[in-house]
Design a protein around this ligand. Sequence first.
Ligand code: ADP
Ligand code: MG
Length: 346
Amino acid sequence: MASEFELIAKHFTRPSRPLHHTELGVGDDGALVRPAANCELVISTDLLVEGTHFFSEAEPESLGWKTLAVNLSDMAAMGAVPRWVTLGCVLCNEFNSVPSSGHFRPVGLPVSTAPTDKFAHSTDGGWLAAFARGFFACADRYGVDLIGGDTTRGPAGATTFSVTIFGEVPRGQALLRSGAQIGDHIWVSGYPGRAALGLAHLQGRTVLQGCHLDECLAALHRPIPRLELGLALRGIASSAIDVSDGLLADLGHILDAANVSAHLRIPDLPDAGLARDAYLAGGDDYELLFTAAPTRADEILACAEQLKLPLRDIGTVLAATGDKVKVFDRQGFDITPARRGFDHFE
Ligand code: ADP
Ligand code: MG
């Protein structure tokens, strides 16, 4: 059975390359990094738990990408440049009761698969290798260094990844959730709802086809963190958040932080049905939702052009009223849904 050290060496250690902001990465008791002068460090942690955040049968390479991408999205929402990341892995061994077997349970396979199939996939560490490939593809794409972590076997149960990410932002320029002002406009990037629609398709709750299916599955499995947008919004947005729990739920956090309310009139809101529910309350999108003074609209539209990313003005911040958020359709009818998003404890 591969030891913890062999796993780390095989999957999570890479030959050192010249890195100007990392002095020492994986391999010692701690990493040494060199934050830029006059920057603040932005630090964020996310857990991904098998069965809660990803299916047991998730394809491991995409899962590796997504594990990092959702953390990069937090950096985007703060207007930060991501620099360093640590990765904690609790790898669950279904065969712990038979110590001599020594195989990790390959969480990439359905739980119902026959044990022999699991062995076939787990003997070469193929699952973890694919996970690491996806993770490093994302790290390389966005220039982040994996500088450390911890790896341990767990009892049979849920394989879990914990990522802590560190980014830099010039002092005082981070985008915060608080800061929305009455009269600000509310903007959202990209295509909210695609990830939830992709999930609905996989669960047999809808049938998508062609490019739309491809786009929705890509949004679900390989989300693109909106890092360039986060940087462009420094000094423009009055508040920002990434949409992980659903647009209305995450807008709720912005409104709560400033004790204000909002009216939404969404130009491209789909007709009533699953697509509309996904747009308003679907989670896992990792688009940026932000507020800005109306005078900044031209700059925001210029960003959209430059980044080739749709940015839509979807509503207005108002003084606090009884209803935190109201949603209106094109005819002005109130279509505010009851469910605002996804909450693990709901
Ligand atoms: P320690 O006993 O000091 O915790 P470990 O043996 O756990 O050290 O880890 C050895 C080195 O490998 C450390 O530098 C640690 O940060 C790194 N490491 C362990 N697991 C991972 C992982 N999953 N990803 C990246 N680095 C890891
Ligand atoms: Mg350790």
